[in-house]
Design a protein around this ligand. Structure first.
Ligand code: ZN
Length: 138
């Protein structure tokens, strides 16, 4: 395993074992659910909007390392973004995972998931939280 692969793996496992922004969000103005029955992943995404800005993002749920890490990194990235910025990030993330586009720098840490493109059975794990986001805001 290359050093880069190892760093990617560690980042993924960190977010899986210690998910950021995990828990119910009091005063959520957006509440969206995503299910991926093929893997057993469930994500409930909660956002608190102030105007058109995402002031807070939290999630709860259970799932595999990929779905949990993706939701953890997504909620990190969403705070402080406007709705249109958030939807743009969702498009960029899905282009990376579904189409295999090279990761946009705006995706930050989420680029560690780029390799999921090579694992078609896991694409739905990585995109679960993002699909919930798009359904809620789109
Ligand atoms: Zn999964």
């Amino acid at each position: 395993m290359s050093l880069l692969d190892e760093l990617y793996r560690e980042t993924l496992l960190h977010h899986y074992k210690h998910p950021h922004n995990f828990g119910e969000l009091a005063g959520a103005t957006v509440d969206a659910q995503g299910d991926n029955p093929s893997c057993g992943d469930q994500v409930r995404l909660m956002l608190r909007l102030e105007g058109d800005t995402i002031a807070q993002a939290r999630f709860v749920g259970q799932g595999c390392a990929i779905s949990t890490a993706s939701a953890s990194m997504m909620t990190d990235l969403l705070e402080g973004k406007t709705i249109s910025q958030a939807l743009r990030l969702a498009q960029q993330f899905k282009a990376m995972i579904v189409e295999g586009s090279s990761p946009s720098p705006e995706l930050g840490e989420l680029s560690v998931l780029a390799g999921v493109h090579q694992l078609p059975a896991r694409v739905k794990c990585a995109t679960l939280g993002w699909n919930a986001l798009e359904e809620a805001l789109g």
